[in-house]
Design a protein around this ligand. Sequence first.
Ligand code: NDP
Ligand code: HSE
Length: 431
Amino acid sequence: MSPAKSPIRLALLGCGTVGTEVVKLLHEQAGDLTARIGAPLELVGIAVRRLGRERGDLPVDPALFTTDALGLVKRDDVDVVIEVVGGIEPARTWITEALRAGKSVVTANKALLAEDGGALHDAAAEGNADLYYEASVAGAIPLLRPLRESLHGDRVTAVTGIVNGTTNFILSSMASTGAGFNEALEEATELGYAEADPTADVEGFDAAAKAAILASLAFHTRVTAADVFREGMTSVTAGDMASAKEMGCTIKLLCIAQRTADSVSVRVHPAMIPLSHPLASVGDAFNAVFVEAEAAGPLMFYGRGAGGRPTASAVLGDIVAASRNKLTGTRAPSESNYAQLAVRPIGESMTRYHISLDVAERPGVLAAVAGVFADHEVSIATVRQSGRADDAKLVIVTHSAPDAALAATVESLSRLDIVRSIASVLRVEGS
Ligand code: NDP
Ligand code: HSE
C-alpha cells in the first residue's frame, strides 16, 4: 500500500452564495475528491467580512473563520487560494500575493479578470503557479477549459452567447408573458435571480466582463472590459418584444466576439434573433454559448450560468485541477496572448438594425425616409407600414452595414420633421 499523501491545503476567501456551496461540496465529496486527486483536501481557513454572520449549518470548525484575508493568503501552510469574494480590490492584492508566492489560485471573479487579467497571468508566471477561473463565465458550464485547451489546435472565429442569467430571465419572461421590463425585473428579484442592485446585470457590465474573458481566450489576445462595446437592456420595451414576435424573432442580451484575419470585435447589446436561432430557445436564467471554429465547426455549450451550487461545481473542478498539478509538480497551460490582434471599434462592426419610427402619414414620407438610408449607403431589407394619420408607424429592417453608418442613419432620421419619434432601434443578429 502506498503511504498516505499529505493534504493539499486550501484557503477560502469569501463564504457567501458561492463560497458556502464550495464548503458544502468539499465536505460532501471529500472521499471522491481524495481518490480523484490522489491526496485529501484540507480547508485551513475561511476569510469573510463579518465573523458574526449567520451561515446556517456549515460543516466546518467555526475557528477556521477570519477577517484577515491577506494574513490567510500569506500563511506558509496554504497551497491553493480560492477567491470567491468578488470586486477589484482587495481581491487583486490577495490573488497577486498568492500567485507571486507560488500558491495556485482558483477564482470566480469576472470583474477583476476582465479589468486586469493580464497582470494576474503575469503574477502566475512569475510565481510558477496556476490561475484557474472556470466559474467566472457561464457558471457551471465547462467553457473556459475547452477554449483554453481543447480548441488550441483549431482557430476560433466567433463566440456568441447568452452569458447573463438575470437578464435572460427578464427577457424570457417579457417574451412569454408580455410583461414590461420593470415587472419582469421585479419577478427576477422575487425569485432571487437579480441582486438588490441589478445595475451590473441589466446595464450589461457583467456580460461585458465575461465577453472580455471569452474573447481573450478564444483569440489569444488580451481583451479587457474597456475594449468591449456595451449596451444594456433596460430600454427594451414590451412593444419591442411584440414587434420581434411579429417578425418571428425574440430579443436576447448577446455577447458577440468575432475575429477577422488581423482584428477582433467584442460587443454586448440586446439583439433580435430569429426563433429558429439556437440561442432563441434558451430560457429562464440559463446561459448558452455558441462557439464557431474553423475545423470543429459550430459548438454549443448550455447550462446554469449562475447560482451558488452550479458555480461551486466549476470552482471544485478547478480546485481538483490545481491540486493535481501541485502533486505532480506541473502547471496549467499558461496564458496564450501571442496573437495580439487589434480590437476594432463598434463603428466598424457589420451589423443590421431594426428601426421603428412614428411618422406623419402623407405622400412622400416613405421616399424621404428611404433617401436617408441611401445617403448613408445603408440598404433596406424590409419595410412595414401600419396605422394611419397620427398613428402611422414604419418598421424598417436593414441589410448588414457598418454600425457607424447605421447609427448615423438613425441620427439623420431623428432630424427629419416627418419623423415624429424613433420608437426603437435594435440590432438584428443571426440571419
Ligand atoms: P456574496 O456577496 O454572496 O459573497 C461574498 C463573500 O465575500 C461573503 O462571504 C463576504 O463576507 C466576503 N467578503 C466581502 N468582502 C470581504 C473582505 N473585505 N474580506 C473578506 N471577505 C469578504 O458573493 P457571491 O458568492 O455571489 O460571488 C462571489 C464571486 O463569485 C464574485 O466574484 C461573483 O462575481 C462570482 N460569481 C457569482 C455567481 C453567483 O451566481 N452568485 C456566479 C458566477 C460567479 P460576509 O459573508 O461576512 O459578508
Ligand atoms: N449576476 C450574474 C448572472 C451571476 O445573472 O448571470 C453569474 O455570473
